[in-house]
Design a protein around this ligand. Structure first.
Ligand SMILES: [Zn+2]
Length: 271
């Protein structure tokens, strides 16, 4: 016989879990877009630990997507499927990485290649082959960024597509519209000339300007098919650009697999 104390304990545990995790929310259909930054172990003294996902966690998350029937796409594959020149998979998803850290090549690319999956990396033109100079090293040491050689290796493999994350990683909402427009157009043009590929996707640095109508209008005018915010959630598919930028799912270093599952199915893991 189950004791009253056990029942109360279980009820309290369920209440606590409900207050923290969103398992009780209805399932959300649409396009889950995973947002990663740095893959690997965070450096000593990092104040940005949550933006680091270990290589082991990343692999487990990719294996979960595969096991659960998700098809990861490049931006161009998504565009082709939306335009009807290829079939839309039953459960599409995008794996995206912001900034273009060298660890994406060293730790994420081999996992995606091995599992037959696709990823998309948003590059900052000025910092390719250098370090994340926009970043204040007081919160974390500067990191190595992808080199053109690494980018080319990933491009040729077909596993990774690239998008723009501006020329200098500014806060677009704080720039003049003239300067913001330059960042949006110039990064697209330079990356397209260098890589010989269209820049289909754009991610707003810090998410800034994504919901500012004037800034967003500039991003649309620059000719990106998909613009990505950092707002948490799953956007409906087919996606109407007039409804706002695509939402994403921030994958945090301290997430459990439960968080990952809830992000993918509910659009949100914790309250
Ligand atoms: Zn960024």
């Amino acid at each position: 016989m189950i004791g009253t104390a056990t029942v109360i304990t279980a009820a309290l545990a369920a209440t606590a879990a409900s207050a923290r995790w969103n398992w009780w929310r209805p399932r959300v259909r649409g396009l889950p877009v995973l947002m990663y930054h740095k893959i690997g172990d965070y450096p000593p003294g990092s104040k940005l630990k949550k933006l680091w996902v270990t290589a082991g966690d990343f692999r487990r998350q990719m294996e979960w997507l595969k096991k659960n029937g998700f098809t990861t796409l490049t931006f161009t594959q998504l565009k082709n499927a939306e335009e009807g020149t290829s079939l839309m998979p039953a459960k599409p998803a995008l794996v995206t990485f912001d900034d273009g850290y060298a660890d994406n090549h060293e730790l994420a690319f081999p996992v995606l290649a091995e599992l037959g999956m696709k990823g998309n990396i948003f590059l900052v033109w000025d910092t390719v082959g250098r370090h994340n100079a926009w970043h204040d090293p007081a919160s974390e040491p500067w990191l190595r960024m992808l080199t053109w050689r690494q980018i080319d290796e990933m491009r040729v493999s077909g596993v990774i597509e690239f998008g723009s994350h501006t020329v200098t990683h500014p806060n677009l909402a704080r720039l003049s519209l003239e300067d913001a427009g330059w960042e949006l157009r110039e990064s697209k043009k330079r990356l397209e000339d260098k890589l010989g590929l269209p820049m289909v996707g754009f991610a707003y640095p810090y998410g800034a300007g994504a919901y500012d109508p004037a800034v967003r209008a500039l991003a649309r005018e620059a000719g990106y098919r998909y613009d990505f915010s950092i707002r948490q959630g799953i956007s409906p598919l087919p996606w109407d650009p007039a409804s706002g930028p695509l939402k994403r799912l921030l994958i945090r270093g301290d997430d459990f697999m439960l968080d990952f599952r809830l992000n993918m199915t509910r659009g949100r893991a914790r309250l």
